[in-house]
Design a protein around this ligand. Sequence first.
Ligand SMILES: [Fe+2]
Length: 336
Amino acid sequence: MRTSTAVTEHVSVTARRLLLSGQKFGDFRDDLARDGYAVIKGAIPADRAKGYADEMYSWLEGFNLGFKRDDPSTIHKDNLPEISEKGMCHNYAIGHEDFVWQIRSEPGVIKAFETVFNTSDFIVSFDAINFGFPNRTDLPPNKPWPHQDQDPENPGFRCPQGLVNLLPNGPRDGGLLACKGAHLVSEEYHDAMRVQGEDRIPAWTNEWYGLKDEGMKWLVDRGYEWVKVCAEPGDLIVWDSRVPHYNVSTETDKPRFCIYTCYMPAEDATQEDLKRKRDAFEKRLGTPHWPNALAIGDNIAKRDGKPDPSNRSRPLREPVLRDRAFKLTGIPYIQE
Ligand SMILES: [Fe+2]
């Protein structure tokens, strides 16, 4: 696996130039540059978004563990595959289910990232899926974990993350909270934390930085506000990896479903990255949000500390990828 320094060297110069230039675009890029996040309305038509949400429900019911979409009393970990208190589902090859690939290759989603990157040659992460159900008293509390998904030692605009929202998602329905505009003071923030002698919260990668109370206070003292990003079914939310963010659980009786969709110009991945990513695709394994396959999952969910008997290594419905979607795997960019 290559170092995070190497990641920076390959990151899209085009995207950085455009978004840091101060140029006005008259579209969502202005919001992304100013606020650190943006909502692209109707990236997927509402009827198709509803269809995808239905497929997500069917996927859960398909485990035959007792979950029924119309019966809230069945929302319990015993009746569901492994879903964290943050709503994340990583295993069971879900990242390669056909409906997930369809969402990743939706024209409106692709177009948004083409607009950001100014190229059509990019690859996608095989990231988690989020099933946020209400009243999860059967799981530990979803404590705030404000973070940046980027190594402070590699500053600058490097990665637009994304998620496709599939159910109505209002102010109290759970989902993404972002510290509006704080990406623009990220370097100043980290300089201040270094002066304070902050020890970083341990993480599996330097490409994740967790904010502590002192850091949260630094932002609040300077007037930065945490905003719940709301969205309708089919809206695409994009955010700069530097903007502090986390998710919250729904406070209503409504669930929150979304698919994470993070893309990166193909030129930003090394041949080694692309081969590692091909291996993940062929084995139907997941990755974190970094599309260059910074790490590879194992499809081994745990239930009560042991491998879940419901584990599977292939999707329920294998993805059928047309040319556009197949390019997103990165495989066509491998030179052999
Ligand atoms: Fe994150």
